[in-house]
Design a protein around this ligand. Structure first.
Ligand SMILES: [Zn+2]
Ligand SMILES: [Zn+2]
Length: 174
């Protein structure tokens, strides 16, 4: 089995609380669901298939655990919520988490197992929370015409907005 790039041995660190080590780890994050022909998940933003995330952290040993402080970076792709073109960007997420011997549910610690920590779940959790839910291709994207589908960033159409029902009676009087 290939070595997991996010697994870090911390036995030496743990023997000396107060010491720290800098780790930069890069690896793929399996987060993408079913993708369309552009490699985009039309329902949500994702880290592109095969792309790598980077975890740049300082690990500091304390009594009973390891603190990880640093930055997670990953590219993302999605679609504009108004006009549906592909959009992309890079996440830069500040992380400050702890690893310890206690189960994660009790103390919000990530586990230390056999003197190793796995930065993978930390990286994935940070990315999932930070992926843009409804990105825009640009702040002033004009979107698609609801009637003919023309991309209003690129062309005009002659569609007339449907009459406002509040004025219907006035039209009859005229
Ligand atoms: Zn757009
Ligand atoms: Zn139109």
């Amino acid at each position: 089995m290939a070595r997991d790039p996010f697994v870090v041995h911390v036995a030496r660190l743990r023997r000396a609380p107060g010491t720290s080590a800098h780790e930069v780890r890069r690896g793929p994050v399996a987060l993408a669901g079913p993708l369309d022909e552009r490699g985009i998940d039309p329902g949500r933003s994702v880290v592109p298939l095969g792309a790598e995330a980077e975890c740049d952290v300082t690990l500091r040993a304390f009594e009973g655990g390891i603190a990880a402080v640093g930055t997670v970076r990953a590219p993302w792709v999605g679609i504009c919520r108004r006009c549906a073109v592909g959009v992309s960007g890079e996440l830069r997420i500040a992380v400050h988490e702890r690893f310890g011997d206690a189960p994660i549910a009790e103390d919000e610690l990530y586990p230390i197992t056999d003197d190793t920590i796995d930065l993978g779940p930390l990286v994935r959790d940070a990315i999932v929370l930070d992926l843009p839910m409804a990105p825009l291709c640009r702040e002033d994207c004009r979107g698609l015409c609801p009637q003919c589908g023309t991309d209003r960033n690129e062309a005009r159409c002659d569609c007339v907005a449907p009459p406002d029902p509040r004025w219907a009676n006035l039209d009859v009087l005229r």
